[in-house]
Design a protein around this ligand. Structure first.
Ligand SMILES: Nc1ncnc2c1ncn2[C@@H]1O[C@H](COP(=O)(O)OP(=O)(O)OP(=O)(O)O)[C@@H](O)[C@H]1O
Ligand SMILES: [Mg+2]
Length: 492
């Protein structure tokens, strides 16, 4: 039986010829190196350079100036209104209030107070003010529109006036700003106090999770030199699935079929990559290949994974409290997990001493386990594992460390965020054993860069390297008889 990666009944994409069971029916992969990845079209607008200054008409600076003044006036009114609102609203009743009720209440108080202050606003400014006040009172102020905007992936704040967002893989400055550092600090405080944490001069950095599941990190002055630094990785309710990743050009159908075989036949997989390269997304998508009958335990610092299986136990590590007590590390969770009869263990990111327990778990009956690491290539990933073991204080000869790694890890999937903002799986490498003191590896698939379009989009294609999988016999025995054509390199 050969099982394609797509579930039965899925009709969104045609079966790739290379994945058909009948090898005679297979034709060469139809990859057009000149075609832009699907996301390129909407992106082109964002990628467009801003107009050179010289082409600006004289009216533009005047308009910008006017807009600035309008914004400054609105900000002033908002600050005053905010404190008046807090005086007027019954804060303890806020939590249970219905949104519509609260909006009406805020609008009424705003109108009363505005006339009390003798301020007249046009309808547009009044609506803006009311929305912002609502966000300020109930939510996270200026961050609210960005949190609600599904096209925003990351929000990165460098002090109150520099708010950047990542959209379609590109970082751009947003119009959103805080009134001043105090305003930003108040919002940070609101976030962290909701999860029982504190951030101040003596505790200048903190990790937290927003109500919607987004990952949050803040570092406040004096460590943040020019104001607070905040990073938010937005939680995606609908995580990208294998089909989406194939469609977005993160990898191709042959690689998807190969990965399905690898995960289903319980190879131990490490997803390696830089910050924000798509490691967690890939790990999450790969987990969809795990059989529904298996008991899966997940361990993360911030719970991001969303597994589709029925039998999933999720664990989240916990930092120490203000008195420095009560920490539960990933390693603690992992050790405990081994007593919880898991079929598979998934660690969101291995970054420290838990590496030892992870490798042991992979070596001792929990095959099919998965994790991610920060590294720039498969080789680099292995060195990272060696370093983590050394840092954890384990004194073992390097050869023993390497053979432990070689027998634990079967596959390293390298994710990368390319310079055009696209995220791709640039290499799939198998760990095949040891040769002397060196871990032997073979790359099975890779992304080849062929050039650059004038708009900065990278032209490239995925190709097999021509090496047949070290695990093809295992795949076959488990019923994943991949056609040999998927290991043939793409022609010129
Ligand atoms: N192939 C892809 N195409 C488009 N967007 C993607 C792709 N892969 C991931 N993303 C988006 O990129 C962002 C970062 O992805 P992800 O959280 O998986 O990265 P990461 O490598 O785990 O980051 P970190 O190092 O911060 O943990 C997310 O918002 C995710 O939705
Ligand atoms: Mg991650």
């Amino acid at each position: 039986m050969f099982s394609r990666y797509k579930k039965n009944g899925a009709t969104s994409a045609p079966v790739h010829p290379a994945l058909m069971t009948d090898p005679d029916a297979a034709v060469q992969p139809d990859i057009d190196p000149t075609s832009a990845p699907p996301e390129a079209a909407p992106k082109s607008k964002i990628l467009r350079r801003s107009k050179p200054k010289s082409t600006e008409t004289a009216a533009e600076p005047v308009a910008q100036d006017k807009e600035k003044k309008r914004r400054a006036r609105l900000d002033e009114i908002k600050t005053e209104m905010h404190s008046r609102l807090l005086d007027n609203l019954n804060l303890s009743a806020l939590e249970n209030a219905k949104e519509a009720e609260l909006r009406t209440e805020i609008n009424t108080i705003t109108s009363e107070e505005l006339s009390d202050m003798g301020v007249v606003l046009n309808r547009e400014d009044r609506t803006t003010l009311q929305t912002e006040l609502f966000d300020e009172v109930t939510g996270l102020g200026p961050l609210e529109p960005l949190l609600k905007d599904d096209t925003v992936n990351d929000i990165l704040i460098n002090g109150p006036f520099n708010v950047f967002i990542e959209r379609a893989g590109k970082l751009q400055k947003s119009d959103v700003r805080f009134k001043d550092e105090r305003h930003l600090l108040r919002i940070i405080d609101k976030i962290v106090s909701a999860v029982g944490r504190r951030v101040d001069e003596s505790n200048p950095y903190v990790d937290a999770r927003l109500k919607d599941g987004s990952r949050f990190n803040a570092m406040v002055p004096p460590v943040g030199v020019d104001g607070s630094l905040v990073s938010i990785r937005k939680f995606k309710k609908d995580k990208l699935q294998i089909d989406d990743l194939v469609e977005f050009g993160a990898f191709n159908e042959e690689m998807a079929a190969y990965l399905q075989a690898a995960v289903a036949t319980r190879l131990n997989v490490i997803v390696s990559g830089g910050t924000g390269s798509g490691k967690t997304t890939t790990l999450n998508a790969l987990s969809s290949f795990i059989d529904n009958s298996e008991r899966i335990l997940t361990i993360e610092d911030t719970a991001e994974l969303q597994l589709q299986q029925e039998h999933v136990g999720r664990m989240e590590s916990r930092p120490p409290n203000v008195e420095g007590k009560g920490a539960v590390t990933q390693r603690d969770c992992l050790r405990n997990a081994l007593r919880m009869r898991p079929d598979r263990i998934i660690v969101g990111e291995t970054r420290g001493e838990e590496v030892i327990d992870m490798l042991q778990a992979m070596n001792t009956g929990h095959d099919g386990s998965m994790t991610t690491i920060h590294a720039n290539s498969a080789r680099d990933g292995v060195s990272r594992l060696e370093n983590m073991i050394a840092m954890a204080g384990i004194e073992m000869p390097i050869k023993a460390v390497r053979s432990q790694i070689a027998s634990a890890v079967n596959l390293i999937v390298q994710a990368s965020r390319l310079q055009d903002g696209s995220r791709r799986m640039v290499s799939i490498t198998e760990v095949t054993g040891m040769e002397g003191e060196v871990i032997s590896m073979q790359e099975v698939f890779r992304y080849e860069r062929l050039g650059l379009k004038p708009d900065g989009t990278i032209i490239g294609r995925f190709t097999a390297t021509g090496v047949r999988s070290h695990y093809s016999e295992r795949f076959r025995q488990w019923g994943y008889d991949l056609p040999t054509s998927i290991y043939e390199p793409a022609g010129d």
